[in-house]
Design a protein. Structure first.
Length: 234
């Protein structure tokens, strides 16, 4: 089992290309989605979408995706208990997924956790140069190799992480094998995905689909610690 939570591992992977994310907006959303993925892995949320029928086929719409909290009690991780408390405050009932993912900015928090644990180091910038954050090379190599070697049957954590890595457009950055066509297919019921519960496959697909794409205006466009670290919007 990984020594990192999913948002910590995402923060690590997002900084491998020179110490700064390619797109700060995308990286922030990917980290927020990874927080929800960790909670899904622990059975505390699921993500569902009210589908529409297109050509006789039910298609889940990301804009209709909602977070459904499950269970009660604390987890023992500060950020995770904070997310659960915020979801409870916004309830009862499901919470829209996309606004939560695109507005929640906890990337700086998870980066600081890695630094405190000695798994990332900060290289201070200057007046016109941003700070860089360099992950521990051994841990980073192990993480990338584990994703690359997922094989034909991945565990539940591997499913969530693989989908998020593809959604954050890190496949090329990390020199990973190109994902198969089934990776972002909501009806993944064969191959490596068939051994995972359907609700988790749906959750993974919808979380990944909520991560925005890079744009030519965002790529390399800053790595400030903007945002208030709060929950997503209504």
């Amino acid at each position: 089992m990984s020594v990192l939570t999913l948002p910590e591992e995402m923060a690590l992977l997002l900084h491998l290309a020179g110490g700064t994310p390619a797109s700060r907006r995308q990286a922030s959303a990917a980290c927020a989605a990874a927080e929800l993925a960790e909670l899904a892995l622990r059975g505390r949320i699921v993500v569902r979408s009210r589908p529409v029928v297109v050509g006789g086929v039910q298609v889940p719409l990301v804009r209709r995706a909602e977070i459904e909290p499950r269970g009660t009690g604390r987890i023992g991780l500060e950020w995770a208990d904070g997310v659960l408390a915020e979801l409870a405050r916004r309830g009862p009932g499901p919470i829209p997924l996309r606004p939560w993912v695109v507005r929640r900015d906890q990337l700086p928090h998870h980066r600081e956790v890695l630094i405190a644990r000695g798994l990332m180091r900060r290289l201070p910038g200057g007046l016109l140069v941003r700070d860089r954050h360099l992950p521990d090379p051994v841990l980073a190599r192990v993480s990338v190799q584990r994703i690359a070697a997922a094989g034909q049957r991945v565990d539940e954590r591997g499913l969530l992480l693989s989908d998020l890595v593809a959604a954050a457009e890190l496949v090329g950055d990390l020199a990973l094998p190109e994902p198969g066509d089934d990776r972002m297919n909501d009806e993944r019921g064969i191959g490596r995905w068939s051994f995972r519960p359907e609700h988790l496959r749906d959750t993974s697909f919808l979380l990944a689909s909520a991560v925005p794409k890079r744009t030519r205006f965002e790529v390399g466009g800053g790595d400030g610690d903007g945002g208030d670290g709060g929950g997503g919007g209504e």
